[in-house]
Ligand binder design. Structure first.
Ligand SMILES: [Zn+2]
Length: 494
């Protein structure tokens, strides 16, 4: 079990995550965080990894506004329908999210998808009281999660609670862009806002966060005729059906072919969406043993959704955490927007006109950042080390002169310039003993350190040290670029 306080203090000290923000004003507001220099670089690397996975799978990126008028959110069902179950202490006024409160005190209770009456009954049956003063709690009431704002003088508008809705609105434009042919995919990476009542758990539950949501538009009758499926059918995913959860079962590694045959997954296009979500976790080096795809209970998913599975990662700090959700949203969204906008969003399918279905892959970047960091954190006898994959580490190389004299700094700076020119993220460091410089690099997750010593001046070779094994090899400067490229890909055994 990793110690959450120790991890977060390292992240603070090393410039990964700061907050809550704004820290200098009374300790900040829950649910808001800053990323420091290394955090911002890691964030971008992770975001770009997700971007590459979507693009490789034929999704095209778009960007939409963060603010939309009320009408859009009435249509999407968020306005009025997007609420958290809330309870208030009748004595001290403290406010709690009912589902979280029950789960915290009774981790084995199933709280997803309950009605407000059922929450009230649980509070009574389990004799749950106010967490701060033990006073009695009020009945459960809905709390709106939308953040309101105003456009111009008086037009009511809201900050988007998800990117998905803002992606759907341009369906007709995509249709034209993709030359009037379905299926096609688009994705959006950007900020969304949720006015959570008592956000905790750091980066896992923020009020402002980054979503990477991909949407496949496809006719209903084509969902099970998806030709890409043959490239994916052998992929095995750790599937945990809702029926199996009911029996307290474990996830089963199932090939997509078997899953379709056994009707565990309902159609081929949806199966591919699950595989793409899983690919994100693999590219980031997340541990397969800590991953599972958990199917939503029928009463847990949105009323219009035909199926929903969450890719979850087992953190040491918070247990299972959703990092990516895959949803079959049926034709609900486009039909709603057609109804509220008065525009026809049907397109030609053979001889008739039809509104397509949408299959969504929704990943949360901050959650990926946290799980990647938590997994990377490791304490050894003599050092703390962040074992980040070299492909996403913020700083890939550190370059050290062994000592700050005898012409070594000049030579080291030459190598440093060379590495920058080759587009490596490199840093030059000559302060402190070489041992301390290695420790510092290990804590920052730098995968490779290059040391220039007196021999370098004679033989044009440097020492490359591997963070994970601490092994060192000698490499010619003129072969350094190729060597490091292979090492970053993970193709070199130290
Ligand atoms: Zn109280």
């Amino acid at each position: 079990m990793k110690n959450y306080d120790k991890i977060t203090s390292l992240f603070k000290r090393k410039g990964y995550v700061w907050g809550p923000s704004p820290e200098i004003y009374e300790g900040g507001v829950a649910g808001f965080y800053d990323l420091g220099p290394l955090g911002a670089m890691l964030f971008n690397n992770i975001e770009n990894t997700v971007r590459a996975v979507y693009f490789e799978n034929n999704y095209y990126e778009i960007k939409a506004p963060l603010i939309m008028p009320s009408k859009v959110w009435e249509a999407s069902g968020h306005l009025g329908g997007f609420t958290d179950p809330l309870t208030k202490c009748t004595k001290c006024g403290a406010v709690f999210r009912v589902d979280k409160l029950i789960k915290e005190l009774h981790p084995k209770e199933i709280v997803d998808g309950l009605t407000y009456k059922e929450y009230d009954k649980k509070i009574e049956d389990l004799s749950i009281k106010c967490a701060s003063c033990k006073g009695p709690l009020s009945k459960t009431v809905p709390q709106d999660m939308m953040l309101k704002t105003t456009i111009g003088l008086d037009e009511e508008a809201y900050l988007r609670p998800e990117t998905a809705t803002t992606t759907y609105l341009q369906f007709k434009r995509y249709y034209e862009f993709f030359r009037n042919k379905l299926p096609f995919g688009v994705y959006q990476i950007g900020t969304a806002f949720r006015n959570e009542i008592s956000p905790r758990n750091g980066l896992i539950r923020k009020r402002e966060f980054t979503q990477a949501e991909a949407q496949l538009f496809i006719f209903k009758s084509d969902k099970n005729k998806y030709s890409e499926f043959k490239d994916f059918e052998k992929i095995k995913l750790p599937l945990l059906t809702w029926k199996e959860q009911d029996k307290k079962g474990k996830p089963k590694k199932t090939s997509l072919k078997e899953a379709i045959k056994g009707k565990i997954i309902q159609n081929k296009a949806y199966a591919v969406s699950l595989a793409v979500g899983y690919q994100i976790a693999m590219e980031l080096g997340l541990d397969e043993k800590r991953l599972r795809y958990r199917q939503h209970y029928p009463n847990e998913r949105a009323f219009y959704a035909l199926d929903a599975w969450d890719l979850e990662y087992k953190t040491d700090s918070f247990g299972w955490v959703e990092i990516c959700g895959v949803h079959d949203r049926s034709d609900y969204d486009l039909k709603q927007h057609a109804k509220y906008s008065g525009k026809d969003l049907r397109v030609k399918h053979g001889r008739k006109k039809e509104v397509p279905h949408i299959l969504e892959i929704a990943a949360g970047i901050e959650r990926l950042v946290f799980t990647v960091l938590e997994q990377a954190y490791d304490e050894e006898k003599r050092r703390t080390v962040l074992r980040l994959l070299p492909s996403i580490a913020p700083i890939q190389l550190k370059i050290f002169p062994l000592v700050s004299k005898d012409g070594l700094p000049e030579k080291a700076k030459n190598v440093y310039e060379l590495m920058l020119n080759e587009d490596f993220f490199a840093e030059y460091d000559e302060s402190g003993s070489i041992g301390r410089r290695y420790r510092r690099a290990d804590e920052e997750g730098v995968p490779f350190c290059i040391t220039i010593d007196h021999d370098t001046l004679e033989d044009e070779s440097v020492t490359v040290r591997d963070r994970d094994t601490m092994k060192q090899v000698r490499v010619k400067i003129n072969e350094l670029e190729d060597f490091l490229e292979e090492a970053i890909e993970g193709d070199i055994d130290f």
